[in-house]
Design a protein around this ligand. Structure first.
Ligand code: NI
Length: 664
């Protein structure tokens, strides 16, 4: 252990922890980020060529009690790592030295103000940083070779050129080894507020050394004429608006039904803590439900742990289009600042996100996470048709959401909690589809025409959600449930019999599964030590929604790098370092990291502290209607109580309506 030296960091007071620090799981405050950077700068003599890829909370170990009133006890892992701290506020920092290309991880104890962990991580590239996107665009625009390629296309002024940094991937090219690269693509606006994505500067790819922030070459795959049409969608370009929309107001005269204390949220028997990381964005900690006076844990930690978008165009200029938007870009760092009355309606509580730029300065995304309630139709109903008595309850759901912009695309991530114990995760996909200019008359095979001379690539989005489950306690087991038809025979003389069959997934190998809608397949996460009043283990079932598998060949680079996506379900025993299903550093990684690596030992996942990984794919054959901005596509899954409660837990939801409290 080292202590603070005589550098600049010495002037930072130990006691000064402005904001944050209220609970061990609260994200770092701006003050804590500033302090961590100051301590590191002082102790490690970091020059201005060192970038801070992330400075965030090193989450405490799991031994603590993080429930509604929980505190924290010491963690079990004292070593360096992004997780599993020993107690006390700690920052986990990833640094990139642009001079040497070296990546470092550091742990900073925020109370003592010292660096307690420091290690160089070999053979990895940290995520692309937002500053790099801007600097890369500038470097490309200044490149003589790039300007020459533009002149070949009649573009002289780079003022309206947009350059998007794309991750390089890893295709085993020897000279790319160890370099920090981006393959930058460009588009041209017609005016400063024009949708530039209508005009791809086709065939020009600037290869950028991000450490030197210098274009090392420009690949020119041949001139394709610009698509002829604008693609504007902004209000300022609208020729007119449809009429007939009368106000539809959400009125909550007595305020919302939730309460917020720091990052702790309570609503309709639910409680949880809001966390936030640069990589994952919104994190839910300690999701629990109060049942007859008992606080019952369900999920210890939930987040979107990876998102990969494989594109299906094999052309030389397009095969590298494979983006890991969590691991390579960081959806948390690209989140939108949400607007009242537009992104969310009603009584809203916003959480800000405290982040850092690559120079180590604190930054903030105000209103990054939105918390609000929605009416959701009926919760349950029965009409006694003999007596005419009607009992109906309206359903209300709590929505915790954030929206992120990754280049041309938007993703909204929505967690829903329901009064009947249901949990839902939904992704809303919108924004502008990535595209290419095609020659007049050409219809792309590996995509579709979305506008004249504009092609959208066929592609898929795979979302991997990490669910650190704790159904009534940390030790859980997972069963697969398939419905089977009973063969005809003496026990099934009429052939009508079918039954749900439960199969224990006892090991990591057994627990690598895919969806099967034709058997009604779902997965049941139970606590074998806690029975409900029917004498059966309490459980929650994971109910898949729409899903698909990757079409990329198993030997394709993206398949190796996103091997997690080739199974929809994985189950692993909890380990504090196992947070990212494609590994912690997927940028330019050759593949094999994350879930395929961890599960090689085929550990037991029976009656243990386990993590459920569920991956769902959204398949996207672009349509003309996706242009110029895509109406929202929805995808996701649900977690439903299954024997967790003794009966419908929402019987106590009061009747709603005016006057006597009943609907008429
Ligand atoms: Ni898409």
């Amino acid at each position: 252990m080292t202590t603070l030296g005589t550098g600049a960091g010495q002037s930072v007071r130990v006691e000064a922890l402005p904001g944050g620090g209220g609970h061990p799981l609260d994200p770092l405050s701006a003050g804590e980020i500033e302090r961590a950077v100051a301590v590191l700068r002082a102790e490690r003599q970091l020059g201005d060529r060192v970038r801070f890829e992330s400075v965030e909370l090193r989450e405490p170990g799991k031994d603590g009690d993080f429930s509604r009133n929980g505190g924290m006890t010491a963690g079990k892992d004292g070593g360096i790592g992004r997780n599993g701290g020993t107690g006390g506020r700690e920052a986990f920092v990833i640094l990139l030295d642009n001079d040497t290309g070296a990546t470092y991880e550091a742990v900073v104890g925020l109370e003592a103000g010292d660096v307690t962990g420091w290690a160089q991580i070999h053979g990895v590239q940290p995520r692309l940083m937002l500053d790099e996107f801007f600097e890369c665009e500038q470097a490309v625009k200044e490149s003589p070779e790039f300007r020459a390629a533009l002149r070949k296309r009649g573009i002289v002024d780079t003022g309206l050129v947009m350059v998007d940094s794309w991750p390089a991937g890893n295709y085993g090219v020897a000279e790319e080894e160890g370099m920090r690269l981006s393959f930058a693509r460009s588009w041209l606006r017609a005016s400063p507020t024009d949708n530039g994505y209508a005009r791809p500067i086709e065939g020009v790819i600037a290869v950028v050394d991000l450490n030197a922030m210098r274009v090392i070459r420009v690949d020119d795959h041949g001139v394709v004429p610009m698509p002829p049409n604008d693609g504007n969608y902004a209000a300022e370009f609208a020729a007119g608006f449809r009429t007939g929309l009368k106000p539809l107001d959400i009125v909550q005269p007595e305020g919302p039904s939730f309460s917020v204390d720091g990052n702790l949220v309570a609503w309709q028997k639910w409680s949880f803590r809001v966390g936030y990381t640069r990589r994952e964005g919104l994190v839910l900690h300690g999701v629990s439900y109060e049942d007859q006076g008992r606080e019952r844990p369900i999920i210890h930690r939930a987040s979107l742990a990876e998102l990969v978008v494989p594109y299906g165009d094999p052309a030389e200029k397009n095969f590298r289009k494979n983006a890991f938007d969590v691991g390579e870009a960081g959806i948390g760092s690209l989140a939108n600042s949400l607007t009242l009355g537009c992104d969310c309606l009603g009584q809203i509580y916003y959480f800000d996100a405290a982040l850092n730029n690559s120079r180590g300065e604190p930054t903030q995304i105000p209103n990054a996470v939105c918390l609000h309630e929605e009416d959701f139709g009926i919760l349950w109903k029965h009409t006694d048709w003999r007596t005419g008595q009607v009992e109906v309850r309206r359903s209300r759901r709590l929505v915790i959401s954030f929206i992120t912009t990754v280049g041309n695309y938007e993703y909204g991530f929505f967690w829903y909690l329901y009064q009947d114990g249901g949990i839902e995760f939904q992704v809303k996909l919108t924004g502008i589809v990535n595209n290419m200019a095609v020659a007049p008359g050409e219809v792309p095979k590996y995509g579709a025409l979305i506008a004249p001379q504009l092609g959208g690539h066929i592609h898929q989005h795979f979302f991997s959600v990490r669910l650190d489950m704790s159904v009534d306690g940390p030790n859980n087991s997972v069963y697969e449930v398939n419905t089977r038809a009973e063969p005809m025979g003496p026990d099934n003389p009429q052939g009508n019999a079918f039954f749900a069959e439960r199969t224990l997934l006892a090991t990591e190998a057994e627990a690598q599964r895919t969806v099967e809608p034709l058997t009604g397949r779902h997965w049941l996460i139970v606590n074998p030590s806690v029975n409900n009043y029917l004498g059966q283990p309490v459980g929650y079932k994971l109910v898949p929604g729409e899903n698909i598998l990757p079409f990329a060949h198993p030997e394709a680079s993206v398949s190796k790098r996103a091997a997690f996506a080739r199974k929809h379900l994985w189950v692993t025993p909890y380990h504090p370092e196992e947070m990212a299903p494609a590994g912690p550093y997927p940028n330019q990684h050759p593949g094999g990291a994350g879930l395929p690596e961890w599960t090689r030992g085929n550990r037991s996942v029976e009656n243990t502290d386990l993590v459920v990984w569920y991956t769902f794919g959204s398949h996207h054959v672009p349509r003309p209607e996706d242009w110029p901005v895509m109406p929202v596509m929805y995808t996701g899954f649900k977690l439903m109580p299954s024997g967790f409660f003794d009966r419908n837990p929402a019987l106590d939801v009061p009747p709603s309506g005016q006057g006597d409290g009943h609907c008429h």
